[in-house]
Design a protein around this ligand. Sequence first.
Ligand code: SAH
Length: 623
Amino acid sequence: MTLSIAIIAPTPNSVRLASRLQTVLPAAQIWTKITDRSYEEFPENFYTYRGSLSSLLPQLWQTCDRLIFILAVGAVVRAIAPFLNHKEEDPGVVAVDESGQFAVSVSGGHIGGADALARQIAAALEGTPVITSASEGYQLPAVDLLGNAYGWQRGSGDWLGVSSAIARRNPVLVVQQAGWDFWRGSLPPNHPFQFATEMDNMDDAEATAAIWIGDRLPPEAIRESPTNMPLVCWHPRTLWVGVGCERGTEVDLLEASLRQLLAENGLAVEAVAGLASIDIKADEPGLLELANRLNVPLQFYPRETLAKVDVPHPSAAVEQAVGTPSVSEAAALMAAGSSELAEIAIGKRVYRDARGACTLSIARSTVEYNPNIGQLYLIGSGPGSLDQITPAAKSAIAQADVVIGYKLYLDLIEPLLHPLQCREDSQITQEVERAERAIFLAKRGLTVAVISSGDCGIYGMAGLVMEALASQDWDGENPQVQVFPGITALQGVAAKVGAPLMHDFCAISLSNLLTPTDVIERRVEAAAMADFVVALYNPRSKNRTEVLTKALQIFRRYRSPKTPVAIARSIYRQDECIYLTTLDDIEEGQVDMLTVILIGNESTFRYRDRFITPRGYTGKYDF
Ligand code: SAH
């Protein structure tokens, strides 16, 4: 689902800023006021309006999910005031100052998505997000956003009451009867939640508010708690409804029957993941309209597939009529997933009146349906400090539900993370498991940022994730994959020591964990011989010292002993340390796995504390 976003940019200056925003919000429309000035270059999706903002706003308010104003907050407040209705329905509104320093979430912070958008915009503009929602301050997920990433639906509840209890840090009971418990992983140690799987011993609970997460409705005991404890409901979408019906059955009968069946069994209509039937019903108007009304997917299966499903109530009459002993139970089970993941929650019921006849069954899947398409952001976070990360990568990190990577790298980007995000640290050696885990999470519909230091496509996670996807018959679309480049160690060290990469260069990793030593030595020899400036990655660890010794011997055979060499450790990090030396004088003991070694070519020279490799063509060509 693409959001419809409008950027209102009244002045030429603000149009310039708006087109910068389009790099991270490519589908956004830019609206500007007609002036005498002609724009040299029109951005994409560019529209104009005449007169005042108040003539434009009624239309945008109706049609857009998010509005970004490049305008003073006061002017924004005045402009939107007449339209503000309810935070459940209003678009999210963000105000950005003309110089792009601040992205202020003005209204619709949670459900309207303005907080998240302000974060994304600020990251892209290298500005500061201004977010004043309470949950931001106490480092806890906002209760009204809790299940969005997992495709859960908000049910009824006293959202303000529960939010206030959380803000006051009063104990809040969480009863989770269905859906993924992954969200608990992001909670800080001092969170106020008390977890339970059933809600019957309410008397013992000291809680002052409750969150119910289930495909069922909460039991009466809590709905009508004598203490009037505020309660909110989230409904993971685990229920698949199998439908069989007579041709022409009216949608009203289908809907009323389904609602009745759910209500009688204490199930929430919001927990319906989708509908399923036999393929000969693919054009059944009532069924199509029911899916439309409930805004859920509709799946069809051929009779041969349905006939193979083991169901509780097979019928000879149905088999006679359509060629499978079950439509509704079998279709519900098929849609709910493989048999280990699904069970029939409610067996076949028949409803019939003047409007037609239908059979309904409900299967429950242990894994909830999530309509969000998973995203894998493969991100290079640069060599260390936050100011060396690209704005696009920062903006992608800001959007992630989960951030996964080696602990040291996640510590370095910790200031960019926010409370709704789950952080998953992994061990340095577990790259393959990390890639598999990231794919698993994205396949469940989450937006997953996989962090590599430097560039993610240079001895980083990008290749591992893509290799794993390729081995799983990935269709190229689900999950979606985007790679965000970063400054790699070799560029970092080059910048620190001057201009050593002005002619041809290469990178060689000395790690023989995945590459045979003789292959590494062959490449070192070829690079040394061909006079490349060389960066040695993964040069030496406690137990792996001999590859470096051998590599340096090879270089010494081909290059002058005075060739400039930089040994750069933890560049752009707090403990950065750079030694400038020569090929002959390298002290191997100074080298470890946090180090990159840069070896000049035969023309590289040192001038004071800078390395310079001549561009090579000077004097020969004009350029
Ligand atoms: N993807 C990373 C490389 C990962 S391999 C990148 O593009 O930079 C790990 C090796 O990279 C380390 O052993 C070291 O040789 C080098 N490296 C990464 N970051 C570094 C830093 N900040 N300072 C020095 N070397 C670094």
